[in-house]
Structures are given as C-alpha cells and as structure tokens.
Ligand binder design. Structure first.
Ligand code: ARG
Length: 497
C-alpha cells in the first residue's frame, strides 16, 4: 500500500521531452518549437500568436497532474455514458469514446503515453490523444463539461481513493499498537510530566494513549471522506450547461453520494483538500510526538525500547552508532504536512468565485501530503509491532524517580491527613531520600514514621510500583486490568471498521 504512495510521487509514463519532474536541469531547458505550436491546436481560434514558450511551460501542470489520469478517465467514461443516455451522443459515438479511453489508459499504464507540455494538463493530454486515436468523435467528449468541473471531480476521486488507502495503513498501525498494549498490560514504566518521572504507569496504558490520538485521526479522515463524496460533474465552467445532462447518473456511476448543489461552489470549492490536509497535519503531528518518544526511548540514557536493525541505519564515521532514522524522518516530515496545510489555506483565502487558475497550485501540496502521510503510516505500521520493550530498564527508571510519592500522600489522606499536609510530609521524606541517595521504598518503617506517626507497616504495599499502578483501578486508569479492558474495547472498535 505504501509502495502505492511512493509510486504516485514518481508519476508514470514517459516524461515529456523537455522536462521531467525532479530533474532541475531539465526544467530550465528551452522548449522545442513543435510544442509551442501545439497549444494553437487547443484554443488557437481566439489567438493571433502562439503562447510564449516559457509561459506555456509556466502554466502547464501535466508534469504533476498526470497522477490524476486514472480518475480523469473514469470521469470521462461516466460523462460520455451519460451523454449517450440523454441523447447527446449516439451509441456508436459513446462506444468509440469508451474504447478510445481504454486504449489511452493502457498506454499510460504501460508507460507508452507521450505526455506533452504543450497540451498543458492531464485533461487536455488525454483528450488530445483520444482524438488522435479515434478521430473527430473524440472532440465530442467535452460537450457539456469544462476542465473546471473535470478537475474538481478528478481531485475528489483521487482523494477518496487516497483516503481509503490511508485508512487501511492507519488501521494496520493501530492494530499493531493495541496488540503490543495487550502484551504489556502490566509492564511498568515511569509516566512523565515535564519529562520528569511523575508516577508509574503501565507501558500498555502509554501505548493506548497513542491509539486514542490515532482513533481521533481516523474519525477526522472518515468525516472528511463523507463530506468530499459528492459530484461536481455538470457544473461545467461555472454556470452549468445548456445540454441535457443527468447529474444524478454521473454521480452514481462514479460512486458519489449525490451531485453538488451549486455550480459556482462546485468548481470553486477546495475545502475537501484543506480538510484532508488539516486532518493529515494533525495526524502527522501525532506521529511526530510518538517519534520523539521513540527517539528518546531508544537512546542509551533511556534504553526503554530496542528497534530492530532493519528500521535503523548506522553512521559512516562512528562504528558504534545505531540511529533511529525512521522516527526521526517521520518527525521531520511532519513539517511538510503543516506547510502543505498552510499553503492550501493561503491559496484559497482571497479567491473570488468561481474557478481561478490559482487552483492549479492545490495539487502538489495535496499530493505531497498524501504521499508523506501514506509512507509514514506504512513505516510505522511495519516498525511498531517489531519493537522490543526492555522491561527491566523501564522498571528501574520508574523506581529511580520517587514515582510513588503521590501514593504515599494518598496513603496518609486515607489515614485522615488533609491532602496539602500529606503533600508537605512526603515532600520532606523525598528531600531526605535525595540526600541519602535512596528511594522511598528503601526507608525503614522507623524513618518513615519520623515523618508522620500514622505510617504503618502496610505502607510498603503502596510504595511498590505494582501496587501503585494496580491502585489506579477505574475507567481510563493505568491498572493492568483496566488496560486489558481498554485493549478489548479498542479491538472491538477496530473490528467494527
Ligand atoms: N489544470 C487546471 C487546474 O489544475 C485545470 C482546470 C483549468 N481550467 C481553466 N479554466 N484554465 O486547475
């Protein structure tokens, strides 16, 4: 699945003669005359001179929007089918167009399609090639539509497919996390606030906190998918069309829930892309926070977990190094997702209705977020279940930081001491331990009683790590049996998707 995301990035088919994406030297080459002349084919009627060679390249989007080809062809198929059913195309014309589109798609998939910068974008590349293959009937395909409703349709279809693929990876990651949580329902580790040891928690509980973040992300992506699944096809350039069209039919053929309600909004709206980028930026933020913990935890200073070698790299100079590159890169890539969201918001904020060429700039940000998120989820879904928890080190770390001090205070409260006073007493006991370089549980009963007379032999039950976590035995708490119950609930939720 992740391979799918990376493959999208590289595009498919032959690069045009003058440029290939990602090849900067190619980008600045002067274009051939042939290609400059070609755009005259497309709208030459209105113009008295050919488009400037640089402007042609500057305004073209085929280098990146070719990723939409499969959706563009799906939209064209539905449109032609519908035009036949309303009597605009004959059955023979539709059949020729359908066959031609099949052949064009085959060329694209085989890498045999000659992308042309002169044909500006994916829509005109495909339509022009269709006409080359099937003759003048190909020119009838654009009846009753515009590239404006076409691109809006393509983008929704693209993002819907991307969302489905992303949700598969997200579910795989969550399943891995929850399975690990089940295995570590009673593994004790320090819980942190301010990155200082605070109270003992179970590792399973910590993992389930990650799952909560991701569960909300799943909800946001699912909401986004539900709202984007409407069909702009039929809005044409902005005002609709004079031809008899059946928008319900094209919507149904493309798996949309309904046609969009307003033609102006249909071609102008990119909320769905912004919503996705917002949900993705937040999800990438979560992956970044998890990454930060993994980077800390794999360090010699923490040593809580070990990542398998296949997810790490070494250093070219320091032979001892094993670096957590995957989480570091995911943390770094979260910056792109934030950047892409801001780019789209800024792109849209001042646009008057309806379509503006500005919108062509929506694609690279959207595609990059899809690829980035898809690849990061794939890496995490593969890596997280394979990581190993160093239980002894975690337990030692939880013992080292007076993590049961709150338990001692709670113990005194149960003996009738007011919480603030108990807090003060335990603070003094901790200060004593800091000086004596020992833990609260190492103090003798006598020494403990010197801080408060109500402390009895049973205090040692609450000073142990296992006693501490087991005592937080309520819904949402860290006690092992609560973690087990939460794992079960999370598994049920995942199974209901
Ligand atoms: N390549 C264009 C885009 O991505 C397609 C729509 C062009 N429409 C137009 N009126 N120039 O937005």
């Amino acid at each position: 699945m992740g391979r799918h995301f990376t493959a999208l990035k590289q595009g498919s088919g032959k690069m045009s003669k003058v440029e290939s994406p990602g090849n900067d030297s190619g980008r600045w080459q002067i274009m051939s005359d042939r290609e400059t002349e070609n755009s005259q084919e497309l709208w030459g009627g209105r113009f008295s001179e050919p488009t400037d060679a640089f402007v042609q390249r500057f305004t073209a989007s085929e280098a990146f929007d070719r990723q939409l080809a499969v959706y563009d062809i799906a939209g064209s198929r539905a449109h032609a089918e519908m035009l036949m059913s309303t009597g605009v195309l004959t059955a023979d014309e539709n059949a020729a167009i359908q066959q031609g589109l099949t052949d064009v798609l085959a060329e694209i998939e085989q890498g045999a399609f000659e992308w042309s910068v002169a044909r500006e974008d994916v829509h005109m590349n495909i339509e022009a090639r269709l006409t080359e293959l099937i003759g003048d009937v190909g020119k009838k395909l654009h009846t009753g539509r515009s590239r404006n409703d076409q691109v809006a349709t393509d983008l929704r279809l693209y993002l819907r497919a991307a969302l489905d693929a992303i949700n598969v990876e997200l579910t795989r990651l969550q399943t891995g996390i929850v399975t690990l949580a089940d295995q570590h329902a009673s593994t004790v580790m320090p819980g942190f606030t301010h990155l200082q040891v605070a109270q003992p928690v179970t590792f399973g509980h910590h993992l389930l906190a990650w799952n909560e973040m991701l569960e909300r992300d799943y909800g946001r992506l699912t909401d986004c998918r539900a709202r984007l699944n409407v069909s702009p096809l039929g809005a044409a350039a902005l005002a609709g069309t004079t031809f008899p069209i059946d928008r319900d039919a094209t919507a149904a053929m493309l798996g949309f829930d309904a046609p969009t309600r307003n033609s102006l909004d249909s071609v102008a709206d990119r909320d769905f892309a912004i919503e996705f980028c917002a949900a993705a930026a937040l999800l990438m933020n979560h992956l970044s926070r998890i990454s930060e913990e993994l980077v800390l935890w794999t360090s010699a200073q923490f040593g809580f977990i070990t990542l398998p070698d296949r997810f790490c790299t070494g250093s070219s100079i320091m032979p001892q190094k094993k670096n957590p590159d995957v989480p570091e890169l995911v943390r770094g890539k979260s910056g792109r997702a934030t950047g892409n969201l801001v780019a789209l918001l800024t792109l849209m904020k001042s646009q008057p209705l309806a379509y503006n060429k500005d919108n062509q700039e929506d694609k690279e940000a959207l595609f990059d977020t899809v690829i980035t998120l898809g690849d990061c989820l794939r890496a995490f879904a593969d890596m997280i279940p394979a990581m190993e928890a160093n239980e002894t080190t975690m337990r030692q770390a939880a013992l080292a930081g007076f993590s049961t001090a709150t338990d001692l205070a709670d113990y005194l409260v149960r003996a009738g001491v007011a919480f603030r006073d108990a807090h003060e007493v335990v603070g003094k006991a901790v200060a004593h331990c800091v000086n004596a370089d020992c833990d609260l549980a190492d103090l003798s009963l006598e020494t403990l009683q010197s801080f408060h007379g109500d402390i009895k032999e049973d205090v040692f039950e609450v000073l142990t790590l296992d006693g501490s976590v087991a005592a937080r035995d309520h819904f949402g708490g860290t006690a092992p049996n609560q973690v087990k119950a939460a794992v079960k609930a999370a598994q049920d939720l995942l199974a209901s998707r």
